[in-house]
Design a protein around this ligand. Structure first.
Ligand code: FAD
Ligand code: OAA
Length: 522
């Protein structure tokens, strides 16, 4: 039996987006905060480079906006970019007010770093390359201290409850398999990305893309799922996740070199090592396809250990000293630009269902995300969503037992089976990776569909994993061009005919067996 719990806001996910939203919403009512692992798990605490915000004397919001739009290659939503870059300095101030200590220079000003495709220095960071951890530690302390926030750790969000076109709750199971039905005035998906669909990724093990599948099954619209960003500089390693070597290292002067220690990026782009992430990842991939190993030469960076302590430790653990050795690197799956379609306040296509952070497609990133715009998006969209949610008329417990009753209680395995996860990761890496083509994608679609058919007998994480993988593949098949992070070897150029979005809309009826059929463009 689903055990009914009444609350005002249900928040799924405890990364930067979920924690910030919980804190702000808790000023207006009771928050139930649900997270798959321990509080604060996910990608946010791994963030290295920092948070982009216009704070320098030579910078202006319109420059940050221009950089974001250029990098997104025609698919950003202007209004959303405008709002997010304008709100950025206020959100940095918010973090400082609650206790986050950003790094300062000798004159006491915030130290502003540089990353790819930014025309100005505008990345604030903390502890050198520990921005995610430093920010999350403070947010976690605030959330723990707030009496209006009830925390549910090791609890897996299974299914959204939709009644009469409105999202009225969530079904979840905890580690003891207790089945909870959260009835709320609004439900927020802050479930992060899908990097774990890929064999090589920087993403936390929890980033399995559950939120996309939940939203799809509830009947929500998803946009631009083909755009998965590959970071050019994962530290060459067979571990999961692969450690990241931040783009900020190139911002401090490091250069990509071949085995002969010759820099090569200038031949690919005028901005060389600080070109957009898609350009650099593709260049590294091309060099490697010619059988050449690629390295990052960071030997010129003074006091590397102080500026990048995390990366320094990653390297030292593998016998590399960044001050004397070049660092072997590989491109790895890193970020999901596409996601659950939302407006500028995180409202999805289903009333009372919100999506914020990496799981959302707010329109900030388009076909390719500008570095350090993601933590920023999570912060701003958390604020915007709360402002909208508190205006909704209250449901006041109008949820009917029928809604949850439609979904039979299950014994949920809370993690996808290991062998299936590995098979999906291998398939996605080889067929839906940095480059893709019709043949590879068609085979991936066929294979994933067959696996999904088998898995759908027992709803759970396997179904979510496969559903999300299929959403990526279907979108990649549709986009017969190369734009941003999506590179089709059979359609290598940008096509004006595809300067548009790909929308996949779930059907609410598909709640237990997930046929992925409906798709449209807008
Ligand atoms: C190594 C690395 C470095 C990065 N560096 C930067 C950077 O410097 N600057 C920047 O802007 N961006 C950076 N990014 C990207 C950025 O960190 C993420 O996009 C961002 O943190 C996402 O925040 P989020 O709150 O949306 O999701 P996450 O922080 O990933 O949190 C998702 C949460 O949802 C929970 N969850 C998922 N599914 C379920 C479920 N079914 N039930 C319950 N809970 C669930 C997870 O457990 C987790 O708590 C980096 C990413 C990585 C991986
Ligand atoms: O540190 C990095 O390179 C990662 C980063 O900024 C981002 O993903 O925005």
């Amino acid at each position: 039996m689903w055990n009914r719990l009444n609350t005002d806001f249900v928040v799924i996910g405890s990364g930067i987006a979920g924690l910030t939203l919980s804190l702000l919403a808790a000023e207006h009512g009771r928050v139930s905060l649900i997270t798959k692992g321990e509080l604060g798990d996910g990608n946010s605490r791994l963030a290295q480079g920092g948070i982009a915000a216009v704070l320098g004397a030579d910078d202006e919001p319109h420059l940050h906006k221009t950089d974001t739009l250029r990098t997104g290659q025609g698919l950003c939503v202007d209004e959303v970019v405008q709002v997010i870059v304008e709100q950025a300095p206020a959100m940095i101030q918010f973090l400082q007010d609650i206790g986050v200590q950003f790094d300062h220079n000798d004159t006491g000003q915030l130290q502003l770093g540089r990353e790819g495709a930014h025309s100005r220095n505008r990345i604030v960071h903390s502890g050198g390359d520990q921005t995610g951890k430093a920010t999350m530690d403070v947010l976690l302390a605030c959330v723990h201290a707030h009496k209006n926030i009830q925390i549910y750790e090791r609890t897996y969000a299974c299914e959204l409850v939709v009644e009469n076109g409105e999202c009225t709750g969530l079904l979840a199971v905890d580690a003891s398999n207790a089945q909870m039905w959260f009835c709320a005035n609004s439900v927020v998906l802050a479930t992060g990305g899908l990097g774990q669909l890929y064999k090589y990724t920087t993403n936390d093990v929890n980033a399995t893309g559950d939120g996309y599948a939940l939203a799809y099954r509830a009947g929500a619209k998803l946009r631009d799922m083909e755009f998965v960003q590959f970071h050019p500089t994962g530290l060459k390693s067979e571990t999961n996740p692969v450690p990241l070597v931040s783009e900020a290292v190139r911002g401090e002067g490091a250069r990509l070199v071949n085995a002969q220690q010759v820099p090569f990026m200038a031949k690919y782009h005028p901005w060389a090592d600080l070109a957009g992430r898609d350009v650099v990842a593709k260049a590294v991939y091309q060099e490697m396809s010619l059988g050449r190993d690629v390295y990052l030469d960071a030997r010129m960076i003074e006091k590397f250990e102080q500026r990048f302590p995390t990366i320094y430790q990653f390297c030292r653990a593998r016998g590399i000293n960044p001050s004397t050795d070049c660092i072997p690197i590989v491109p790895v799956a890193h970020y999901t630009m596409g996601g659950i379609l939302t407006d500028v306040a995180g409202q999805t296509s289903i009333l009372r269902l919100f999506a914020i952070g990496e799981v959302a497609s707010s329109g900030l990133h388009g076909a390719n995300r500008l570095a350090s715009n993601s933590l920023l998006e999570g912060l701003v969209m958390a604020k915007k969503a709360v402002e909208r949610m508190v205006q909704l008329p209250r449901l006041q417990g109008r949820q009917t037992d029928r809604a949850a009753g439609q979904i039979a209680p299950h014994t949920w395995d809370r993690s996808a089976s290991l062998s299936l996860r590995q098979r999906v990761q291998d398939l996605m890496w080889t067929h839906v990776g940095i480059t893709r083509n019709q043949e590879q994608l068609a085979l991936a679609e066929e294979t994933l569909s067959a696996w999904l058919k088998k898995a759908a007998v027992q709803p759970g994480p396997d179904v979510n994993l496969l559903t999300t993988a299929l959403l990526v593949v279907r979108a990649a098949l549709w986009r017969q061009e190369s734009r941003g992070a999506h590179y089709r070897t059979d359609f290598p150029d940008v096509s004006p005919a595809f300067e548009t979005h790909f929308i996949q809309e779930g059907t609410h009826e598909s709640v237990s067996n997930t046929p992925i059929l409906a798709a449209s463009t807008s």
